[in-house]
Write a protein that binds this ligand. Structure first.
Ligand code: F0G
Length: 388
């Protein structure tokens, strides 16, 4: 039904128990016999599990009804893109696109009879994993960079019952630690190095095609650990392999200036990144200096004729405010990076989709910092009238 294939040396594995190639340590892709898969792109009832045939699970999914997110046409924000859409992944059950990956990843954990799932996270992965682990009756352990995770995300991980451990270091170190722990204690690792998790996220591509009925010219995606852009590209490539279309969109990654290893590699024309030591950005979700999926992401970007753009924190906040105040779309800072990138992109584009990866409610502290606190006054109608 499916195999795991190393993106570096091409070795194939018929086992679900590995995360990386046992021969060269390369990243793995799930590959199928595409001639056997028939999907239904009728534009109706979109959801992750609508495309179950193209997902690597054998059992009933652990689902909280993820996917089927709205694709909004942007009407009031001007850009070089003629027809611009935003896909609001912040409207998934836990408020981010991670749910697409977790529904598949946690289902796989159950299939493999694992008892505990673990991840490192800038916040959203931990919130989503804690939620799906709760639904599945699994224990969840999350390791976070202390003081750098937005409050809403932390609240979710705690309330859904995960064991939350904050380290005095950054995300990259947290990921290093969970990779070692997963091996040592046989815990199921649900970061995006897990190829099954990324399979869920590729359904973003399926849904875009399902709803629009065509492949847009470009997709703008915020890049942190570089899993999502790789997954979305894989989804589009599979549509070609299955014969539904013959084109893929240009994959355009957007990084924050202070956390931009993929941008730097792209500017040099390199296929590999040099890690950024102390990444820093207001968009804490993508505050990552050594993205594990960088090779997959760069492959997607080069192969599709895409690009990587870097945006400043000011540009991110500006895009976040525009989306919220002009279009009624509330997103967290990292998510607004995709629109900031589209606004900055200098080439003319016919049609594009910006992926809004997470909900506005995830990071309330940032909102107060950039919008200020509400005006506080006496409860008096005359006083209030003067303020209007
Ligand atoms: N946007 C949001 C809101 C995110 O939470 C993330 C990643 C990204 C974009 C970038 O996606 O890592 O696949 O390139 N958040 C991870 C986490 C790292 O731990 O929640 P990516």
């Amino acid at each position: 039904m499916y195999l795991l294939r190393c993106i570096e040396c091409g070795s194939e594995f018929d086992s679900d128990f590995i995360y990386q190639c046992s021969k060269c340590n390369g990243l793995l892709d799930v590959v199928y016999d595409y001639s056997e898969i028939k999907l239904n792109f009728d534009g109706k009832n979109l959801s992750v599990w609508k495309y179950k045939e193209a997902l690597p699970v054998r059992t009933d999914p652990v689902s909280l009804r993820e996917g089927g997110t709205p694709l909004y046409r942007i009407e009031k924000i001007e850009s070089g893109v003629k027809t611009l859409f935003v896909k609001h992944e912040g409207l998934n059950p836990s408020g981010s696109f991670k749910d697409r990956g977790m529904t598949v990843g946690v289902t796989k954990a159950i299939e493999l009879k694992m008892r505990t799932v673990i991840c490192a996270s800038t916040g959203n992965t931990s919130a989503s994993m804690a939620m799906y682990a709760a639904k599945a009756g699994l224990k969840a352990v999350v390791i976070l960079p202390s003081g750098k995770v937005a409050l809403g995300k932390l609240a979710q991980a705690l309330m859904h019952g995960a064991k939350v451990i904050a380290i005095k270091d950054n995300f990259d170190k947290a990921l290093e630690i969970v990779k070692s722990l997963a091996m040592r204690k046989s815990l199921y690792l649900l970061n995006s190095i897990n190829p099954f998790r990324l399979e869920g996220q590729k359904t973003i591509a399926y849904e875009i095609y399902d709803e629009l009925g065509f492949v847009p010219e470009a997709i703008f995606v915020p890049v942190g650990n570089a899993g999502n852009i790789s997954a979305i590209y894989k989804g589009f490539k599979e549509l070609v392999e299955m014969g539904y279309t013959d084109e893929v969109p240009r994959m355009i990654g957007v990084q924050a200036k202070g956390a931009n290893p993929v941008y730097r590699a792209f500017v040099k024309g390199s296929k590999e990144i040099e890690p950024v030591k102390n990444p820093e950005t207001i968009a804490t979700a993508i505050r990552i200096g050594a993205p594990v999926n960088a090779k997959k992401a760069l492959r997607a970007i080069y192969e599709s004729g895409g690009a990587v753009i870097e945006v400043s924190d000011e540009e991110i906040v500006e895009a976040q405010k525009l989306l919220a105040a002009k279009e009624g779309i509330g997103v967290e800072p990292a998510s607004a990076a995709s629109l900031a990138g589209a606004l900055k992109f200098e080439e003319e584009i016919e049609s594009a989709v910006c992926i809004a990866t997470g909900n506005l409610l995830k990071d309330p502290d940032e909102v107060i910092r950039v919008c200020g606190k509400p005006i506080e006054v006496e409860a008096n109608v005359d006083v209030i009238e003067k303020l209007l």
